[in-house]
Write a protein that binds this ligand. Sequence first.
Ligand code: ZN
Length: 76
Amino acid sequence: MDFLSDFQNDRKWCPACDGYVSYLMSIDKSFCVQCGGEVRLFSEEDWIAFSEKMDARKPRQRRKKPEAGKGRRDSA
Ligand SMILES: [Zn+2]
């Protein structure tokens, strides 16, 4: 049965509840179903561990910003 792991994936970190909780998703934020507070993807610790992992994977490199606003051409 896979639904349990799906359920785990469907949780986010609530700093107020100090744990991973079910959440409600709005347009750009998610909220804890237990306390209504804003939740995040990871706890702070997990987030640090995660970003360290990501950093270690890549050589140090700055990401280029995509050039915005240059896609438009006047038709001849
Ligand atoms: Zn909460």
